[in-house]
Design a protein around this ligand. Structure first.
Ligand code: PLP
Length: 358
């Protein structure tokens, strides 16, 4: 176990009485993890301290040039009241893959994993236990260089903050309408699409707003060159059930290697459902739709887990998927993965780490 300093809070906060009434990411727990990087010492002084504001130079490089990455995973209240984290090691490993893409110095994965698990152990009373509720974990790294010159940073900060969150589907598991975006582009080939970085979100905000104004919940981004191949939906990967197979865009550097996407593909293998990771063109989807072979469309991501799609809007025309209802397969996947989170389903994959027992 790594040497992680602990600074006790003078007093603890009152926890929200009903987390389902609090918006996503509005409330934070009593403690956070922090560590710093400089060229002389590398990553140093790992510590768990009371949750507090960060003081930054107005010239802070991240504010101006956006050299930053993040992760998002969840802790759940498990069978027997244990505090568990879902696929924590995979999330820490992806933090380092994102770091590489943005030239951020790699972290010691074991240290960050230990820190994350220790923080969850300290804050386990903050994990809400209602259906679909969890403690959202947000690790992130940003450059702290106080200069306006454009260059790869020399100084960084890694932090982990925790926020109790209500069920994503506050009014029950429900399908979403998505618009296939053929004007705006999120991440072209050769860009930052494979990194979990704020820049990809900045690039998606305006297109997302336009889709909202047209009555859609989310945007399905297309490739940046031909606007022909589908990529991913906002903060989710996209999967299609076509003629009995689960098909999803390949990891070509323009989309994120989603951990939930991986979980879905692993579960499909276990269930004997054929999967394909490859280029998926909008023409193929329309043809499959017209032939009645596009059985289901759904997104995957840590926040929603599975997000069934009921409408695919493309060039002003709406195509209703699965009769506008939740697809049977999406429902089955959601129930199963939700069961893995809480221990209702046996952890045959080794996805669960118990805080205090790792
Ligand atoms: C986080 C994220 C996802 C989903 O990844 P998970 O690991 O399943 O949570 C998909 N796309 C983007 C752009 C993301 O930032």
């Amino acid at each position: 176990m790594a040497d992680i300093r602990f600074v006790q809070a003078e007093s603890l906060k009152e926890k929200p009485a009903d987390i389902s009434k609090v918006g996503f990411g509005r409330v934070f727990t009593d403690y956070m993890f922090e560590m710093d990087y400089n060229p002389e010492e590398g990553w140093h002084d790992p510590r768990i301290v009371p949750y507090q504001e960060v003081s930054l130079s107005p010239a802070n490089a991240t504010l101006h040039y956006g050299q930053a990455i993040f992760e998002g995973c969840k802790a759940y209240r498990y069978e027997g009241g244990k505090a568990v984290v879902f696929r924590a090691k995979d999330h820490v490993a992806r933090l380092n893959r994102s770091a590489k893409i943005l030239d951020i110095p790699a972290v010691d994965e074991k240290l960050v994993y230990d820190a994350l698990m220790k923080l969850i152990d300290i804050e386990k009373d903050w994990i809400p236990d209602g259906p679909g509720q969890s403690l959202y974990i947000r690790p992130f790294i940003f450059s702290t260089d106080p200069y306006l010159g454009v260059s790869v940073g020399q100084y960084y900060k890694l932090m982990i903050i925790l926020s109790p969150v209500g069920a994503y589907y506050a009014h029950g598991f429900a399908p979403v309408k998505i618009m296939v975006e053929d004007t705006y582009v999120r991440a072209p080939k050769g860009g930052l699409g494979a990194a979990k970085t704020p820049a990809n979100y900045a690039a998606s905000l305006h297109g997302g707003l336009v889709a909202h104004e047209k009555g859609y919940d989310q945007t399905l981004w297309m490739d940046g060159i031909e606007h022909k191949y589908v990529g991913e939906v906002g903060s989710m990967n996209i999967l299609f059930k076509i003629d009995g197979k689960v098909v999803t865009p390949e990891l070509d550097g323009t989309i994120l290697d989603g951990i939930t996407r991986r979980t879905v593909l692993q579960v499909c293998k276990e269930w004997g459902i054929p999967t394909e990771e490859r280029k998926v063109s909008i023409d193929e989807l329309i043809e499959a739709y017209e032939n009645g072979k596009l059985e289901e469309v759904f997104g995957s991501g840590t926040a929603a887990v599975i997000s069934p799609v009921s409408v695919l809007g493309y060039q002003g025309q709406d195509r209703v998927i699965s009769g506008g209802k939740i697809g049977q397969f999406a429902q089955k996947l959601y129930d199963y993965i939700d069961g893995l989170h809480t221990g209702k389903e046996k952890d045959v994959y080794g996805f669960i780490d118990v805080a205090g027992e790792y």
